[in-house]
Design a protein around this ligand. Structure first.
Ligand code: CMC
Length: 392
């Protein structure tokens, strides 16, 4: 008991110490294990960054090779698990299928659920990294009624995912190398972001000593919401609506500022960044690169660019320090690659997975960890006596 401090939305409360990711929101700085995000985006690769986040250091060539091999060994899903997807309705949201799929991993790998057994945590880590792209691609194939493809381990992590998503069993699939490179880079940009909503969820669930699959499945559900990972989907819906209503960007900005409709400028604003999100700068360049090489460039890019320009010079957004965040331009890239809007948040989840795993492992290894159990400020009725139902 004692005095508790109210901090709705954890605006001022640190829930843990962490040595993984550093953010300076005022300066727009993001580093993983000390390495600036722009260097990692340009020079590293997703699995190398996953290794860095989880094990703390960049791998040597041999360490990375071994890590990649171990992941490739586990890309298949059990056949029972593949059938499990058939039970979902065709129009199920792939995020709901993804979280269910991750949760179901606890039923298939019951021999490796002990959060304090190093070997078990290690194999669960590898299984999650290996199987998430397979589950994600299956959820997509299920939604369009196409047969699922087995993983092809001769391909890279991202190439294999693209093939399982867009390939057909009967036709050879050629991965677009630009798409593979950009998607890998986007996964790097999403790989961790310290104590965001989904990562805090993974930690909170894990703090009860729930297993890694259960904790990550909870993280996927937290990511689903439009104020978090679901924002990339919401941005595209918003841009589409502006286009349908004649492309009047200023009118849309007025609706946002008016606030009576409760409309937010999706892909703008961030709890921690009070400056341009460093990830958004990189994503914007990539969006131009991918969209410019399309035969018919997407007109939604123009709408997004106009929207950004108008917002950045508008008092409402300037005063509140609202800048584009990582989700503002990612959807346009995913769309250009052929992903339907409903898959966008799944792509965020694939990218964020190493961060969830690294944070969960860091917490489990920390002897100072306690079960997460926030307090509250009670505002309900005072003590009163029970009355029989006929007396109410
Ligand atoms: N459009 C219009 N007004 C906004 C927006 C926005 N996108 N974001 C914040 N504001 C206003 C808000 O109304 C408030 O104004 P006032 O002080 O006059 O009431 C002020 O700015 C501060 O906003 P807040 O809601 O207190 O800020 P927060 O830190 O609680 O919320 C946020 C952060 C990301 C949830 C919010 O900015 C938002 O809803 N953005 C749109 C959704 C989005 O893009 N989410 C993705 C976040 S980045 C990646 C990720 O986590 O997935």
């Amino acid at each position: 008991t004692g005095k508790v401090t109210l901090d709705t939305g954890f605006v001022n409360t640190a829930s843990c110490t962490s040595a993984i990711t550093y953010i300076d929101g005022e300066a727009g700085i993001l580093r993983y294990r000390g390495y600036p995000i722009d260097q990692l985006a340009e020079r590293s690769s997703f699995l190398e960054v996953a290794y860095l986040l989880i094990y703390g250091e960049l791998p040597s060539e041999a360490e990375l090779g071994d890590f990649v091999d171990r992941i490739k060994e586990h890309t298949l899903l059990r056949e029972e698990m593949r059938r499990f997807f058939d039970g979902f309705p065709r129009d199920a949201h792939p995020m709901a299928v993804l979280s269910s799929g991750v949760s179901a991993l606890s039923t298939f790998y019951q021999d490796s659920l002990d959060p304090f057994d190093t070997a078990q945590v290690e194999i669960s880590t590898v299984r999650l990294l290996a199987k998430l792209p397979t589950i994600a691609a299956h959820s997509y194939k299920n939604s369009i009624g196409h047969p699922t493809l087995y993983p092809d381990n001769s391909l890279s992590y991202v190439e294999n995912f693209l093939r399982m998503t867009f390939g057909l069993p009967t036709t050879p699939y050629e991965v677009d190398p630009v798409h593979a490179r950009v998607l890998d880079m986007l996964f790097v940009l999403h790989a961790d972001h310290e104590q965001n909503c989904s990562t805090s969820t993974v930690r909170l669930v894990g703090s009860s000593q729930a297993n890694l699959f259960a904790s990550v499945s909870a993280g996927v559900n937290a990511l689903f919401g439009p104020l978090h990972g679901g924002a990339n989907e919401a941005v595209l819906t918003m841009l589409g609506r502006i286009q349908e209503s004649g492309g009047d960007v200023s009118a849309f900005v007025r609706t946002v500022k008016d606030r009576t409709a409760g409309t937010r400028l999706m892909g703008f604003g961030h709890r921690v960044y009070r400056n341009y999100d460093p990830r958004a700068t990189i994503v914007k360049q990539a969006a131009r690169e991918v969209i410019d090489r399309m035969e018919r460039p997407d007109p939604l890019l123009d709408i997004a660019l106009q929207l950004e320009e108008i917002a950045l010079s508008d008092e409402y957004f300037v005063e509140r320090k609202l800048y584009p965040n990582v989700d503002f331009y990612t959807g346009l890239i995913y769309k250009a690659m052929g992903f339907p809007t409903r898959m966008f948040t799944v792509l965020f989840a694939l990218g964020r997975l190493p961060g969830w795993i690294a944070q969960w492992r860091e917490m489990m290894a920390d002897p100072a960890t306690k079960i997460g159990r926030p307090r509250q400020v009670y505002t309900g009725a005072g003590a009163r006596d029970y009355r029989a139902i006929d007396k109410r």
